[in-house]
Design a binder for this molecule. Structure first.
Ligand code: AHR
Length: 681
């Protein structure tokens, strides 16, 4: 059983929060061209006009602030930027006062030049980007909301010359939104930290509860460094069982109810021939991906046996690099049939009952240049189709996946050619790498990326006619940290360097917060995301670190424990209004929450992540709370004393889930910084 400490939170709800907000310097302008404007209005949140300018005479903009080499003519109802000899340069003219939470409307016309027009929202850097909304930027190919030093949002779009557009730009504390001729074209959070401001969760009107697949709590294991050998498989070790499996690992994985484990790779599989890894005479092989000898003593039979002991589904990823369609379907025969050459071979190897492996993937990242036997777009669809036909010919009840990406140019042709034979597309992502620690906030700036990838992939599935979950997404390799496996000066794998993955202090609260955030993204899109595999399950970047004397459950392990033990089985759609967390370059919402409910709707648990390193966030849950009373809520919290907290040999329980009681004041609970909270509503 998971150890849970009892704690009563002395939660103090700060009544008077300091006002957090953004002041905008508003204006108009153009980049590499000329533009005209008329009927400028600025209204506050209630719609009251707080500033207006009809550009009646030059005096109308006499006190406006000019930036760049612009020459402006004002009068007769229009403001025109008249200097046409511009290079890579913007000119803007801004109102000499600041505005907060307002909407600017203006009519704008491109007169000539390479680009469209600009609504300035802040600093006006002459060249190299400013804080503005640009319509028809990047040589009239994109609209963008730019907040230096990075363009935060960019969408395809252009501006026609010589016609008036209705432009609307909403500038709020937390976001900027832009409309053209009445259509919302883009929106972006403001690159300003407002993370401590009070937040709230509300139900999404008329949205129905949906069941999610527990397969999203899956894991991955690869023949890489000490994941299999010297990890979960350690024959002769006092902590191992009669099959050579580490018992402490099995027990730890059973505790987090691991539903599925993908094997044997990863890059490893694209030159792996399973036939050398079964039967009494194992043939060691040279692993071309990781450049070591693999003894082949842990093969298909050992893997399936291990999965059964863990209580999870086996999921085999096949060799679509140097392997063939036939080798893949022989593998299905070996595992699932009692007849034919390969089914009989398994029986002869001492396994009379079929292994009954239901999940099979055609290939791993075969789109990547690093992958052994990488394929071209033109090769991939037909190879998947023919492999799938043969694999299904061996066993009709299997679920089939194929290596894909969130990139249309690869995945659309795949779906067109082989989609009718697939149950899932397999996608992967890691969000940073290296052997050293990165600042916590830098990691937090990555937390919106998984959901962006999911949404992109859903778009491709819909375009191909497989939307709504007809084909699911298996995010079957993911982790905040990419594995560290550099090459040495001689170009060969540097095996010693890989041990830097073992540095315990790397795996702190940033990993846990990211992990919960990732799982929330899968839960929100549960009608399509039906599987995910954390990569890997033990050692390297895994949730469990295995050593000679025992194991360490890293911070991420406890997120899986909380999600598999505390959440209810259905997702109730909610929307969260919260401040921004920013490191001055990127921006993400400070909170991420999902609401889960039992089938009868009576038990509900809110899983909420506060990414702030140092601020407790008051969170108004009254709109989803079943009761109005101010009685405290039971909760389980994973947090730690600082963002840097980690578990280690000798300090195994520094970060563990803690039972807690949350006080409620004015409908709000106080979410601790860098925390994951499961709140029983
Ligand atoms: O770094 C680990 C590798 O990452 C996996 O083998 C592969 O699938 C992914 O590219």
């Amino acid at each position: 059983m998971q150890k849970i400490k009892m704690m009563v939170a002395a939660a103090c709800l700060c009544a008077g929060m300091a006002a957090l907000g953004v002041e905008f310097s508003l204006g108009v302008g153009a980049y590499e061209g000329r533009a005209a404007f008329k009927e400028l209005r600025i209204a506050d949140a209630s719609g009251k006009v707080v500033y207006s300018n009809d550009f009646a005479s030059p005096d109308a903009v006499r006190d406006w602030k000019s930036a760049g080499r612009g020459e402006w003519r004002c009068g007769g109802g229009t403001l025109e930027q008249t200097f046409g000899g511009l290079g890579h340069e913007a000119v803007t003219l801004s109102i000499p006062q600041k505005f907060r939470n307002v909407t600017l409307t203006v009519k704008a016309k491109k007169i000539d030049g390479k680009e469209g027009f600009i609504v300035a929202t802040g600093k006006n850097l002459i060249s190299g980007g400013g804080e503005w909304v640009i319509f028809g930027g990047w040589v009239n190919q994109f609209h963008g909301i730019e907040q230096p030093p990075f363009a935060i949002k960019r969408v395809p779009g252009s501006i026609a010359q010589g016609r008036w557009y209705d432009v609307k730009v909403e500038c709020m504390d937390d976001r900027i939104r832009a409309w053209l001729d009445g259509s919302l074209v883009m929106e972006s959070r403001t690159v300003v930290d407002t993370s401590g401001r009070p937040a709230a969760v509300v139900p999404v009107k008329d949205a129905k509860a949906r069941k999610y697949s527990p397969m999203i709590f899956g894991q991955f294991i690869e023949h890489h460094d000490r994941q299999v050998y010297g990890g979960l498989f350690w024959p002769g070790h006092p902590l191992s069982d009669e099959d050579g499996f580490r018992k402490d690992v099995i027990e730890a994985l059973r505790e987090i109810k691991v539903p599925i484990v993908r094997w044997p790779g990863g890059c490893f599989v694209s030159a792996y021939h399973w036939k050398y890894g079964v039967g009494p005479k194992r043939q060691p092989m040279w692993d071309k991906a990781w450049e070591v000898e693999d003894p082949n003593t842990f093969g298909t039979d050992e893997y399936v046996k291990w999965c059964r002991k863990v209580g999870c589904e086996p999921y085999i990823c096949t060799n679509a690099g140097s392997g063939s369609e036939e080798e893949m379907s022989d593998w299905v025969e070996y595992c699932n049939l009692n007849v034919g050459k390969w089914g009989r071979q398994r029986i002869a190897n001492g396994y009379p009952q079929p292994h009954n492996v239901l999940y099979w993937s055609v290939g791993n990242e075969n789109w990547g240049g690093w992958e052994m036997g990488a394929k071209t777009v033109a090769q991939w669809g037909p190879l998947v189709r023919e492999s799938a036909k043969m694999m299904r010919g061996a066993d009709r009840k299997i679920y089939l996946l194929a290596a894909a990406t969130p990139n249309e140019s690869w995945t659309l042709p795949l779906l067109k050619t082989a989609g009718y034979l697939l149950d899932y597309v397999s996608i992967h992502d890691y969000y940073g790498g290296g052997p050293n620690q990165r600042p916590y906030l830098e990691w937090m700036m990555q937390t919106s990326r998984p959901e962006e990838t999911i949404v992109q992939t859903i778009g491709i599935l819909e375009k191909a006619g497989f939307g709504g979950g007809k084909i699911g997404i298996a995010f079957d390799e993911w982790n905040m940290r990419g594995w560290y496996h550099p090459r040495g000066r001689n170009g060969r794998m540097d095996h010693a360097a890989r041990r830097k993955n073992d540095i315990a202090s790397l795996y702190n609260m940033s990993d846990a917060v990211f992990t919960a955030n990732f799982l929330n993204a899968c839960l929100r899109h549960c009608e399509v995301v039906k599987m995910a595999c954390f990569s890997p399950v033990v050692n390297t970047r895994g949730a469990v670190f295995v050593h000679d004397k025992g194991i360490v459950k890293r911070t991420t392990y406890h997120v899986f424990w909380m999600y598999t033990h505390l959440l209810q089985p259905n997702i109730v759609p909610v929307s969260v209004d919260c401040g921004n967390l920013s490191n001055g370059r990127g921006v993400v919402p400070v909170l991420d929450a999902v609401l889960t409910a039992s089938d009868d709707g009576k038990s509900r648990v809110l899983a909420v992540v506060n990414k702030s390193p140092d601020k407790a966030v008051p969170f108004d849950i009254s709109a989803i709370a079943a009761r109005s009373a101010s009685a405290p809520y039971q909760a389980t919290v994973l947090s730690g004393t600082s963002t840097d907290d980690y578990n280690d040999i000798g300090a195994e329980s520094r970060v563990v889930p803690v039972k807690s009681v949350f006080a409620v004041k004015d409908g709000k609970v106080l979410l601790p910084p860098h925390s994951i909270v499961c709140l029983e509503l």
